[in-house]
Design a protein around this ligand. Structure first.
Ligand code: ADP
Ligand code: MG
Length: 223
């Protein structure tokens, strides 16, 4: 299991012409590794994660995840591929406000049909692991910011993705809560792959590799 990104480039068309965002990006992440991404605002961190997560097309390059180039997957296969292989956690939890915590975590299963008892048990188990056992029937507005982020993390893990992408997952949290949520992400992705954006050098130091993007170039410290 590995993620291998080669010569990835991305630009956006604007009224003033083509705006290059990523011009040089190659790196590798192996099973059990975590990589933090830092860089100034607007440098392309979210764009990079969105491309790897198949939410956005690239201009050129390859992204191999488990011997499959995600950039050439047919559009019709993308939703299922994403659901099963990749987990997403964003800065804003993206929980549905009208649904309970448990219902939110069950949502990826619902996308594929009726929910089985086994799937319900899985969701409850993940909510126990993320410390939300006593909050299953709360709605997002009735829990704290850290709890919402933990619910979003539980939801990202229902299909046990090999790769978790997290875009500033602790950006809206206070320092202590941020540290706890960060540690939870590392714990749940042990033996898998974690790629996450963070501006906090103390948190970034906890990942196995540190990367930086600036002026279109993404570089990993150890490569
Ligand atoms: P970061 O996450 O590092 O703050 P982003 O990846 O969100 O940066 O954005 C990188 C740059 O790409 C920004 O300058 C942004 O304005 C530009 N950008 C992002 N999405 C689009 C888009 N859909 N069309 C045009 N420009 C975009
Ligand atoms: Mg961003």
């Amino acid at each position: 299991m590995s993620l291998s990104v080669s010569q990835l480039t991305k630009s956006f068309p604007t009224a003033e012409g083509v705006l290059p965002i990523i011009t040089d990006c190659s790196f590798r992440l192996d099973k059990g590794q975590s990589l933090s991404v830092a860089g100034p605002s607007g440098s392309g961190k979210s764009t990079l994660l969105n491309i790897i997560g198949t939410l956005e097309p690239a201009d050129s390059g390859t992204i191999m995840l488990d011997f499959e180039n995600v950039l050439t997957l047919p559009a019709a296969k993308l939703p299922e591929f994403r659901r099963h292989k990749i987990g997403f956690v964003f800065q804003d939890h993206h929980l549905l406000p009208q649904c309970t915590v448990l219902e939110n975590v069950l949502m990826p299963f619902l996308a594929e049909g009726r929910i089985s008892d086994e799937q319900r048990q899985k969701a409850v188990y993940l909510l126990e692991r993320t410390g939300l056992k006593e909050r299953l029937n709360h709605r997002p507005a009735e829990i704290s910011g850290g709890e919402r982020q933990r619910a979003a993390i539980a939801r990202a893990f229902v299909y046990e993705p090999e790769l978790l992408l997290a875009d500033e997952p602790t950006g809206n949290l206070d320092r202590k809560t941020a540290g706890e949520v960060f540690d939870l992400l590392l714990e749940l992705t042990a033996g898998k792959m974690l790629l996450l954006v963070t501006h906090d050098p103390v948190l970034a130091a906890k990942t196995s590799k540190q990367g930086h993007i600036g002026n279109g170039v993404f570089q990993v410290n150890s490569e």
